[in-house]
Design a protein around this ligand. Sequence first.
Ligand code: F6P
Length: 342
Amino acid sequence: MRVGMLTGGGDCPGLNAVIRAAVRKGVQQYGHEFVGFRDGWRGPLEDDVMTLGVDEVRGILPRGGTILGSSRTNPFAVEGGVQRIRDTLERHGCDALIAIGGEDTLGVASRLADLGVQVVGVPKTIDNDLSGTDFTFGFDTAVNIATEAIDRLHTTAESHHRVLVVEVMGRHAGWIALHSGLAGGANIILIPERPFDIDRVCAQVESRFATHYAPIIVVSEGAVPAEGGDMSLVSGEKDAFGHVRLGGIGDRLASEIEHRTGKEARAVVLGHVQRGGSPSAFDRWLATRFGLHAVTAVHEGDFGTMMALRGTEIARVPLSEGTETLKTVRDDLYEEAEVFFG
Ligand code: F6P
């Protein structure tokens, strides 16, 4: 069998671990050959391929990013895109495709599967917002990076008696903010699922100072104020899947807090630092197992499925289950964290 592989959407630590595991098992156990498509769906759309064998995957397990490159190309937004993908797969003799991505990349995979393309999905995203799986790889690494940042910010915030607002990624889901905020002992956590009341935030800031501690606020880039408006939009620019580019909530929140409370407030935007560098041990473990199971699903002809972590087991769920609705933070999980607010 010849198997194509691509990585799409925002990159994250662990992509190379999936690629390595799928190639190693596919070649060694099943005698499959692989074709790498560059930059997500752009690869099969524009017939941009690379050799992908055991030599190419040697040494990449701990490396961040993706040797295949990534993009946010949407073949359904391109005239004749689906046919061009079919033609490329046929030209390279690919019987199947492993697509590694988040809601957009796997959303495309799901639609292609419905159209008869033999595709298997592997869920990745630092945002951890894909349904059907307990965790996506990349998330644990991002949470560790954010937690280390929060730990460091506590000490400098205390020295200067100032508020520090830490902006983390999370467009629609506050998983990174919630987990790193809990792990780092944040005093306020603001997430997209729970529009925040700026008066309440300021009251919590003041009560924190009253006990002689400096507040740390962790805010997801997609968090919004309850009174409406959108503090976080930096530009109206949209990607091929219609997402606006976010960022800026941290700065706006800090200046609003400073203005209302008279306390000095600064913002730190972690940005792409959360997506770069070497994957954590957990992410290497999860990504490797996803890769091993994905190539087995291909070998068994179980197409239209996505690998999923359920407890400690790797399961297969329909691609549509992973992509139709986003997995957002439940109220009860957020409320657990509220005990530490203020
Ligand atoms: O999709 C994951 C994500 O990390 C989002 O949280 C964030 O909004 C987005 O990627 C930003 O990605 P980029 O700057 O690469 O477009």
